[in-house]
Design a protein around this ligand. Structure first.
Ligand code: ST9
Ligand code: ZN
Ligand code: ZN
Length: 330
């Protein structure tokens, strides 16, 4: 089912016409920031852990010449699986309800999501809906107006702005509460991360082709995890700062081909914030968009259905009305 919908992110009226099961990803311009800024409280545990993680990833880079081809291929498989758990799972399915997924597909995506270790699906989707609804304000968890570093990783190293939590608590999230896969993953999150993000990536090369545990830990483990994290964070930082805005020049998110490439299709961010319900997060289908190809395959296999799409006419009208003049068709 293709839906022809134009949700203008700046009007509550057009939000009311939206067909999605969730309206919490539509921009709400009624929220006003206060001038009083709360103090920035550093979370030292996260600063230390993130520093150690990135140090470990650097060591993994140094170890690459000592790894077998099979281990490098395995690291790429882990990256791909965890990326899909975020893009096709936490993002397009659970945050935006852009398509419907069968139980086996949801289990597959939840496993990939635990391998990605980016908070559980419920927390990820809740924060992401707040990000869309209050984009570039104090209530946006990774508000890019606070600069590249804050949007990229800094937001995970400090206490959240109180408005993020206040506005987030007003979201209904009934769909996430009713999804047994989301709730199961949340209940068993720590154990699932230990097994999927660290043990399986490390033990598979050791058990099956005799790789050293150290190489398994530092390359498919820490290096792969860190690279997937940074590719994801680039959507919040680079794709909110650099690129054209052919669909809506009044918002910060941009079209960024490099980010689209590194983030499995998630860099068409001006389009995505303009039409958040579109399962492809882009006008151009599978181009630079592995996640869309994956969802198409799942639909073909009968494991997914009802992908939502913005129509050509709606997109063209929107480009005319709010674009920055840099639109390129095809
Ligand atoms: C990570 C996440 O990396 C990455 C997300 C990226 C999103 C990208 C989106 C772009 C589009 C998609 C692109 C995909 C591309 C993929 C490409 C792949 C190749 N609403 O959190 P606390 C409540 S994670 C409502 O402690 P603090 C909360 O429930 C990395 N309520 O806040 C709690 O309530 P209660 C690994 C909310 O103390 C209370 O508030 N993980 C909300 O300020 C306190 O919550 C980490 O590094 C909300 N929005 O701490 C850990 N938020 O007490 C990161 C919170 O009742 N997190 N609440 O239970 C933390 O350590 C902390 O959250 C903190 C803030 C220090 C950041
Ligand atoms: Zn989104
Ligand atoms: Zn964004």
């Amino acid at each position: 089912m293709i839906q022809n919908t134009d949700r203008h992110p700046n009007t509550a009226a057009s939000a009311a016409m939206a067909p999605s099961t969730s309206e919490d990803d539509v921009f709400d311009d009624s929220y006003k920031e206060t001038d009083k800024k709360p103090p920035r409280i550093l979370v030292w545990r996260n600063i230390v852990m993130m520093s150690l993680l990135h140090g470990g990833a650097l060591y993994g880079l140094i170890l690459i010449p000592h790894a077998s081809a099979g281990t490098l291929l395995w690291a790429a498989v882990c990256h791909l699986f965890s990326a899909l758990g975020v893009t096709a799972g936490a993002h397009r399915l659970w945050s935006h309800r852009a398509y419907k997924a069968s139980f086996p597909l949801r289990v597959f995506l939840a496993l990939g999501n635990s391998m990605a270790f980016q908070n559980d699906i419920y927390e990820w989707a809740r924060d992401h809906r707040v990000h869309h609804k209050y984009s570039e304000t104090d209530a946006d968890p990774h508000n890019a107006t606070r600069g590249f570093f804050f949007a990229h990783i800094g937001w995970l190293l400090v206490r959240k702005h109180p408005d993020v939590i206040e506005k987030g608590r007003k979201l209904e999230l009934a769909d996430l509460k009713a999804d047994e896969v989301v709730q199961f993953q949340r209940r068993h999150y720590k154990l699932s991360v230990l097994i999927l993000c660290f043990l399986i990536p490390m033990l598979v090369p050791w058990y099956f082709w005799g790789e050293s545990l150290a190489v398994g830990y530092f390359i498919p483990g820490l290096l792969r995890y860190t690279m997937t994290l940074n590719a994801t964070w680039l959507v919040n930082s680079a794709a909110h700062i650099w690129g054209n805005r052919p669909y809506d020049k009044s918002i910060n998110p941009r079209e960024n081909a490099l980010v689209a490439f590194s983030a499995a299709g998630e860099g068409f961010h001006n389009y995505h914030h303009t039409f958040p319900f579109d399962y492809a997060t882009s006008e151009f289908g599978c181009r630079l968009n592995l996640t869309t190809a994956f969802i198409d395959l799942m639909c073909f296999l009968g494991l997914a259905k009802d992908p939502k799409r913005a129509s050509k006419e709606v997109i063209a009208a929107r480009v005319q009305r709010t674009g920055d003049g840099n639109y390129k068709s095809g």
